[in-house]
Design a binder for this molecule. Structure first.
Ligand code: NAP
Length: 235
């Protein structure tokens, strides 16, 4: 086993909505709001069950996310369990060209961690540093496994939900860091070869397929919510 694989990382669940033709967005990367209110409610339940929420810069900016947990009952339940009211928010970017006016920086109800690299321009570092913990790696891209291990070691993150987007999910799959997928299939089709799937835009195959088993599913509001768990050796 390599030294990298010895790092203890959080359990990672990806949570996505997908059209019936396998797209997570349209070709213009419009915000991902095509599922029912019941699915939105599930998003908050899943957030509440995790220590941290992770998203890529593309998703946070496209979807103008705060990544907060707005439901008071879920916040209270977490506090009763001895947890902070909301999970940590974690956003990842190699280039670090964040818009300091993004909603994530003005939301103050839960701590924010930015994972990025020394490529982040100095003026952006200065603008966002008061609003987050800035973890900058001296490398062209964020070493994902190492960064997740730091979240576990330094912030006590044992369970993390990744809310997208496709590029980020692909990099988690590449490093075999995905343990679960929660996928809502919505009764809509978008078409478009330039519209991303779960693993982003059409690209190279993964070095090998990642297998999952379906552990649970529910059907409501015309949508199918699937829960997959990673199958690491072929049954
Ligand atoms: N249907 C759904 O459930 C769902 C979920 C999420 C997003 N979406 C949709 O997906 C679209 C956004 O797609 P996207 O591919 O742009 O999303 P993304 O993966 O969030 O954003 C891509 C950007 O995030 C950063 N990033 C991703 N993976 C990284 C890694 N391993 N290390 C460092 N930085 C990383 C990079 O930022 P830099 O360029 O700054 O380096 C990259 O350019 C939006 O339309 C959104 O609505 C849909």
């Amino acid at each position: 086993m390599s030294a990298g694989h010895a790092l203890r990382v959080p359990r990672v669940c990806a949570h996505f909505a997908m059209s019936a033709d396998g797209k997570i967005s349209t070709k213009n990367l419009t915000p991902s709001r095509f599922t029912s209110p019941a699915d939105k409610s599930r998003l908050h339940l899943i957030r509440a069950a995790n220590d941290a929420i992770l998203a890529g810069r593309g998703t946070v900016e496209a979807d103008t996310m705060s990544m907060g947990l707005s439901r008071l009952d879920l916040r209270e339940e977490r506090v009763l369990q001895g947890l902070p009211p909301e999970p940590l928010r974690v956003v990842i970017s190699n280039e670090g060209r964040f818009n300091p006016a993004s909603k994530i920086f003005s939301y103050t109800s839960s701590p924010l961690i930015i994972l990025s690299t020394s490529r982040m321009p100095q003026d952006i570092r200065d603008a966002i540093a008061p609003h987050c913990d800035l973890l900058l790696f001296d490398a062209p891209s964020v070493p994902l496994r190492k960064a997740l291990a730091m979240l576990r070691r330094d912030y006590g993150v044992k369970r993390l939900v990744c809310e997208g987007g496709g590029q980020l999910l692909r990099s988690l799959a590449l490093e075999d860091l995905l343990d679960e997928i929660r996928l809502t299939i919505a009764p809509v089709i978008f078409g478009g070869s330039a519209a991303p799937s779960l693993t982003g835009l059409p690209s190279e195959l993964l070095p090998e397929p990642r297998f999952f088993r379906l552990s649970k599913y529910t059907v409501s509001d015309g949508e199918c919510a699937l829960h997959y768990a990673r199958r690491r050796c072929k049954d």
